[in-house]
Design a protein. Sequence first.
Length: 256
Amino acid sequence: MIRSLGTLTLDLIAEIQEFKQGMDKASKIAEQNSREIQRSIRDIERRIQSMSRVVASAAGIFGATLTVSAFNNWIKGSLESAASTGVFAEKIGLTVEELTTFRYIAGQAGASVQDLDSSMLRLNSRLGAAVSGGGPAASTLKRLGLNAKELLSLPLEERILAISKAMEGLTRGEQLRALQNMAGDSARGLIKMFDMSEKEIKELSLNAQKLGYVYSTEMARNADTVLGQIGEIKGAFSNLSLQIISEFLPDVEKFL
């Protein structure tokens, strides 16, 4: 069911992009614009209706209801979330796949998305500073036998596991302080995630993919593009309405 939602969302993104292209081609004559827009709207409406049926079916299973307004907000919220995730992942040197996977894993360990995001942001920053021998993480990394440059070169899963292995001989208090030094106060909330074995992380990664929590860097970029195009589409509708109204103004003025 959730995999179907993901596929339909990608299809909707494609539909909106085609809609934008169709409108660009039909911008010469107001009447032609109207026909092209109506045809494109019908195509998008069919796509949304298809998504609505899937969502309504899922909602029915859980005894929930979903209004048209709520559905529209869900679509817009999903696009905004995907776009912002893409921007943040790039900012901290991760792929969207890595970030969304570990957001799910952190949640299974009892931590929040905010805990993970804040910690990964600080970890990336403090590892960068430690490469030059500075920052609050440098002494902790040295004590644990970790190399900042090597950690930065690792995929996120391997980076987490390397830190976890290095902390195995520490007491719980020492582990918490080490995480705090490397990734800030919020990292203390991720302690259970760092307790996980490689097998546990891989199993949760697979679960995240199956349940639809993981999406690609390409999808995040497409979402950002579509959000921008929605604004352009609204502008096109406004311009079209002015063109249509202008055709009727002379007749209207006769009755004023």
